[in-house]
Design a protein around this ligand. Structure first.
Ligand code: FAQ
Length: 319
């Protein structure tokens, strides 16, 4: 089939909501966009473990420590599903990890902010996982089959994360005024970076139009951000917390909350490597990868031995 016909047939499938699977023909740019987006997502899950890992030894009770450990392990799992989904597009895991470590691949800007207090762990669960779910529920309908299927499972786990974060904050807000103020301080610091997670405004987003046409993205950056604000304001009221935006107010005509301008200079500074923790996050990630080399070597040696054994057994069986 001529390339033009292949492209038409591909777009027809996408338009009819037929999932694209790894062995199907796809335009190279579609493949590259998916590799970029899914691997960025995988890297975000893995780097996202670091700010929380910082608090495992300081969680205030055994119950909180268990929930935090489980959450961090879930995030490692999400990274693994997403790396596997990316590998179906013809790139190896080691290439993807090299791209992260060399600074070529991005990961979510949010993980370059520090976790200064226990209530930051609650704020990450409530706001960061809340923003992540808003984006990821839409991605359950993305056009690439392996990505869509990974997202279904990830979303179930993310909603548990969001609930546990909110529960931390609700408990603190009800405990004492001092703890409520700690929560307020965390929300003041995490609110705007959480809004930035959805990416640049639609008019400034270079990939959006094509990704929407290919149905990789199902809802635009700005629409998801608005949904997140609308969902979060009533939750903040229950906590008794003020969101740090003097322009935030209900717009009866639009039936949405209006909110203030995002500091896009800060966003790009952080994305381009100059946030408060970019350097330490990457150093920690590279160190963990290097220290894990013996585990990867042992797993490979074991897998090779198993394969040899199976080979010998099947030769005995069929001789
Ligand atoms: N940070 O044209 P667009 C989580 C980049 S998972 C850094 O709009 P696109 C779980 C973008 O890559 C959080 N870079 O791009 C968890 C592009 O750069 P490039 C991660 C960003 O792809 C919770 C450029 O700006 N979730 O949190 C960001 O169409 C708690 C232009 O932007 C996902 O990755 C950003 N925030 O839309 C773990 C979801 N935003 O590549 C632990 C999947 C934009 O041209 C604890 N990804 N950029 O150099 C997506 O939905 C999309 O990729 C967007 C960006 C919406 C993030």
């Amino acid at each position: 089939m001529a390339i033009q016909n292949l492209e038409t047939h591909f777009q027809e499938k996408v338009d009819q909501e037929i999932k694209i699977e790894p062995k199907d023909w796809m335009p190279d740019a579609y493949r590259q966009t998916l590799i970029r987006q899914i691997s960025q997502h995988a890297h975000s899950e893995v780097v996202g473990m670091l700010p929380e890992g910082n608090w495992v030894t300081r969680a205030p009770s055994l119950k909180r420590k268990l929930a935090l450990l489980a959450k961090i392990q879930d995030e490692a799992g999400h990274g693994l599903y997403l790396y596997s989904a990316t590998e179906t597009l013809g790139i190896s895991r080691s290439e993807l990890i090299d791209q992260l470590h060399s600074g070529k691949a991005k990961y979510s800007s949010i993980f370059n902010y520090p976790t200064l207090s226990w209530s930051d762990i609650g704020a990450i669960g409530w706001l960061v996982d809340g923003a992540a779910i808003m984006n990821q529920v839409a991605l359950c309908r993305t056009s690439y089959g392996p990505y869509a299927r990974a997202m279904v499972r990830i979303c179930k786990e993310e909603s548990f994360h969001q609930r546990q974060g909110y529960d931390i904050l609700l408990t603190m807000c009800r405990n004492s005024e001092t703890q409520r103020q700690m929560v307020q301080d965390s929300v003041n610091r995490w609110w705007w970076p959480s809004l930035m997670m959805f990416g640049p405004n639609d008019s400034e987003s270079p990939h959006s139009a094509q990704s929407m046409k290919w149905k990789i993205k199902r809802v635009s950056n700005d629409d998801l951000r608005q949904r997140f604000v609308d969902m979060t304001v009533p939750q903040a009221e229950i906590l008794g917390i003020k969101l740090p935006d003097p322009e935030l107010k209900w717009n009866e005509e639009r039936k949405h909350y209006d909110f203030g301008n995002i500091d896009w200079d800060e966003f790009w500074r952080v994305v381009n490597g100059h946030g408060p923790c970019n350097k330490s996050r990457m150093e920690a990630r590279i160190k963990a990868h290097e220290e894990g080399e013996w585990v990867r070597d042992a797993a490979m040696a074991y897998a090779e031995k198993q394969a040899e054994r199976q080979d010998v057994q099947s030769k005995i069986q069929y001789s």
